[in-house]
Design a protein around this ligand. Sequence first.
Ligand code: NAP
Length: 283
Amino acid sequence: MPETDSAAPRNTPLAAVLGWPIAHSRSPRLHGHWLQRYGISGHYVPLPVMPEHLAEVLRAMPRMGFVGANVTIPHKESVLALADVVTDRAALIGAANTLIFRPDGKIHADNTDGYGFIANIRQMAPDWIPDLGPAAVIGAGGAARAVVASLLESGVPELRIANRTRIRAEQIKAEFGAKVVVYDWAQAGNMLEGALTVVNATSMGMAGKEALRVPLDALSPDALATDLVYTPLMTPFLVEAQARGCRVVDGLGMLLHQAAPGFERWFGRRPEVDEALRAAVLA
Ligand code: NAP
């Protein structure tokens, strides 16, 4: 059978978000808003998929009319081994969040979190110039890796990083190179001195969790502070940074922007990220 026959005929395009659990995901609302706004006859559905079923589900999806998918916790790393084509940035980050099921049956995996992170800052703080000074990243989990990759690509001259589990920050330095400087978790406050971009990439400050404990005394009012956590929108970290005179950018825009490249590839239209979308996702 020729390879081009391996996928189902493409009538109404389907896309999904795969995770375990998945009920909390805002992606269906986000993509649903765009589908409705642009009058596209597609569907985007949440699919709860247990880790041991991921390979089987991914193999079946193209035959069911799916043109692509987002993957979230706990599949972002394991999906790399199941994809046929992995972009350089997904390989560097070690995780993918966006899959395209190509007409030839191959699965293409990309990571758009770093793109979403930078696009959000550029939209909310258009005069932000990353190469003017060091960036400081608090946290070294999966999302932090995408943030580090995108900040280095944007031209930050030095990238400081501290993580509770130091070895994860050391690993990032080993993989991302000489511009990365690792600070001890107990000294994380010190790395804020002179930093012009400061990022909370931990899950601290999320509703129901403790606030980030890093002291912000050294934070300059010239710095831009941003958080990956978006529930609440104004985390304790952003509230304090704003009180110190910093410009602050919340994490919701990263979620919205990271979704745009996938939507464009699946449904054929570059979607807009604007207030109407924010309101729809927050509703
Ligand atoms: P992850 O891989 O599990 O990493 C979690 C990070 O938080 C690690 O650095 C971890 O440190 C740190 N952390 C957790 N509990 C801590 C504590 N009690 N004290 C100090 N540090 C603690 O998660 P992730 O995927 O990177 O996600 C991180 C956050 O970003 C989550 O809140 C996630 O929802 C958010 N996120 C937002 C977007 C967006 O679009 N806005 C996209 C992706 C992720 P250790 O290494 O020491 O455990």
